[in-house]
Write a protein that binds this ligand. Sequence first.
Ligand code: SF4
Ligand code: SF4
Length: 222
Amino acid sequence: MIVAERKPINEILGMIKDAKRVLVLGCRGCVTVCSAGGEREVEILASLIKVGRKKEGKPIEIIEGSLVRQCDKEYIDSMDKWDGQYDAVLSMACGVGVNFIANLRPMVNVYPAVNTSFFGGSMDQGVWVEQCAGCGDCVLHLTGGLCPVARCAKSLMNGPCGGSQDGRCEIHRDVPCIWQYVHDKLESLGRKEQMLALAPIRDWRSAGHGGPRKVVRDDLTV
Ligand code: SF4
Ligand code: SF4
């Protein structure tokens, strides 16, 4: 899922300082699962904004809402029901949702209430860890299912680098060197010789270095 975190309340208050009626809009997708921007977080943020604005002596009207997803035109269209009721939207979706509202509602002031962090998974209660960088050319079949793009600090494709020590990464001593993991995993699977195969020079255009990316599925388009 996409993992996100709510921005500090003072940053949010600064964004909407001139607004009088704000639609705080949650998303029932990934940000609900990671407890950053679902219906519960909309309610909490709405209360924090009201308290903050009261302290500033500038009361504000808040409309609380949420969409099934903010990354789908069909659901953005369902914002029609709030038309004319707000002068700004505070989106609690990931950056995709904020962009979708900006794309599809050109006259709407939309602001991000969360920082979109990464593609990751929940390892423990309240702990999410990055696993994938969406590079567009997956190599997990070569690395025992462990991602060197997202999980190596240097995104090395032929690691480990010379800084790997005792299984720890030289950049962050508190995190494991993923290439040590790759080695150990391949060894335990009886595929250790794969470590010796030099990966070909990588074409990073699929990772977004050639501009915004797009996926078109001919079998699904009409
Ligand atoms: S290799 Fe690319 S697509 Fe595969 S998990 Fe890593 S970043 Fe994601
Ligand atoms: S120590 Fe390991 S994880 Fe850290 S940068 Fe080097 S190869 Fe990557």
